[in-house]
Each structure stands twice: as C-alpha cells, then as structure tokens.
Design a protein around this ligand. Sequence first.
Ligand code: PLP
Length: 358
Amino acid sequence: MSINVTKSYLPPLEEYVGYLEGIWERGWLTNNGPLVQRLEADLSTVLGGARVQFMSNGTIALQVAIKALELTGEIITTPFSYVATTTAILWEGCEPVFVDIEEQTFCIDAAKIEAAITPRTSAILATHVYGYPCDVRAIEDIARRHQLKVIYDGAHAFGVQVHGRSLLSYGDITTCSFHATKLFHTSEGGGIITTDEELARKVWLYKSFGHIGDEYYSLGINGKNSEFHAAMGLCNLPRVPEFIAARRQLSELYRTELAALPLRYPVTPAETEYNYAYFPVIFDSEARMHRVKDALAAHGINTRRYFFPSLNKLPYHTGAVCPVSEDIALRVLCLPFYQQLEPEQVRWICALIRNHYA
Ligand SMILES: *Cc1c(COP(=O)(O)O)cnc(C)c1O
C-alpha cells in the first residue's frame, strides 16, 4: 500500500448528496448561487468578520488582487513559495523583486525589504509559507512608511491566528487557495479577503467580467466558482478545527519519533496559533534529502520537494540571489501529512528514516 504526501478529505457522501438535491431542485448551478453566498457568509464568520469572496482558484485570486490594487512596476516578493505567487506577478505585467527569507519561519525577511524598495515599487506580495506567519506588524509598518500595498498569499494559512485574530485578515488583500491539497478545500477554489468595502466591490466586478447585468463598468475576467464547489466547502468548513487537532497530534508524533536525528524544522513565532498545514523537514544536506526521499519511495511512500526550486532560480527569471531560500529549497522535504494518516503509518515512516541514519 502506498502513502501519498497528501490526501484530500472527503465528507460522508450522503452529506454532499444532500446539497446536490438542493442544486437539482433550484437548477441554479453557478453565478453567485445560494450555496456560494452561504459559504462566503460562513467563511466571513470563521475569519472574524472580514469580507470573503469565493473564487475559482487561488491563482486567479492573486491575479485579480494585483489588478484590483492597480499595481504596476516592481512587486517585492518571496522566493520561497509555490510558483503561482511569482507567475501571478509576471502574468499581470509586473516585475517580481525577490527578497530573501528568514531562517525561523522561511517567510520573507522583513528586515531586508526596505533595501529592495525603489521608486518603481508598488507593493509587497508575501506568502505565509506552510502556514507560518510573515512578520505582519513589521511589513505593515514598512508599507505605511513607503506607501506600498500589501498582498498576502494565504494559500497555506487557513485557520492560523496571529496576535489574536485570523492571519487571513491582514494586509490590503489576502488571497486563499481551497485546492484539494489544502487544509480546507472545495476541490478547486480560492478566495479574496479584504476589509476595504471599496476594494471588495472592485474585486466583485473584476471576477464577474466587469459587468452587472447590462451595465458594463470595467475590464474583467471569470473568477467565479460554482454551487458544487461551494457544497464541498460547506461540508468541510465545520470540520476544520477537527482537522487541525488531528494534524497537531500527528505533527507531535513525527517530532517525537524523529527527535534523535539532526533535522531542522520551521519555528512557530510568538502569539501564533498554528494550523499544522504541512510537515516540512530540513536535512543537513541535499544529498541526504535525496537518499531519504529515495529510501521512502522504495516503500511506496511519496514525499515532495516543496518548495523547490527557489523561485528566483526559475528559468524565466534571472538575476536575484537569495542564499537562504536557495539553501533551504535544496534540503527541504515535505513528509506525508493529512488528518486521515494513521499514527502507525507515521511510526513506520519515521522508523524508515531512522534506519537510513543507523
Ligand atoms: C496552492 C497555492 C497557490 C495556488 O492555488 P490554486 O488554488 O491551486 O490556484 C498559490 N500560492 C500558494 C502558496 C499555494 O500553495
């Protein structure tokens, strides 16, 4: 039996079918249907009141965010994230300027941002990587002093609380992904979160082709999502606290079982309630990481080099040097991690890793 690096949670089928019956009765499949509206309201409650717009995926959410904030020129960003963070900037005709990450959280190093600001800088786009929070207070301060916009890529950050509020409520906009591989998922899906009503209206228009009925206001795109995806979200959302609790236990088990080995992990900053979105491990060398990856693969255990390469090394972007990110990207491996994983499976994976060191 093989173990994948992740496994999507599926709710009891009857529960999902219950929502399908409603969709069949109404014959309303997409375009801001009642389930989409309900999911948006429930998400807003869970996130402490910020307005949430349910969208087709996290990548379109990033692109619409850049468009709605009218960003141009250079956007300061992190080299340690999923590729979509960088491609969204390029796709919107802006230029990513990479600032290296810090050693504790692997998020953008706020202390290095100011040196990268030029007259062409319009914004900071930072990722709360693996759910570990960026230094939101320092970034807010820099943005205010230099009149920059802030977008957070919150694709990993669902359920994280920082300084007593949802991590997703920081910045001018936070984007989310609800892709099947994320902690909270709607199969495919994403969202934009903002507390600015004017900005929220703009996002609403942009994600719906720029028109309301027969009135055409602006350029737009199709960033909407369907009743079927909203139904999956409505099934999964109430279970998120359960998912996080189960992941916390599995994470503690991994840490205990691997305690004797020379491994490194990201560090949770103060005043943070973490969501245990991933289980990344940093090996002492790239060669060691490869040997462990291969040894696990021989037993049908899939791990992932998440995130590799460091995004400043992408073939369509050259120039930037980010030593910390490049080094971590070479040595990191995400181990299998999802709430349905059995403690026995974690013990087995850890025994195989320990054997490798023996
Ligand atoms: C998954 C992910 C995205 C993209 O989200 P999709 O919903 O798959 O388009 C963007 N940024 C990060 C950091 C991600 O992990």
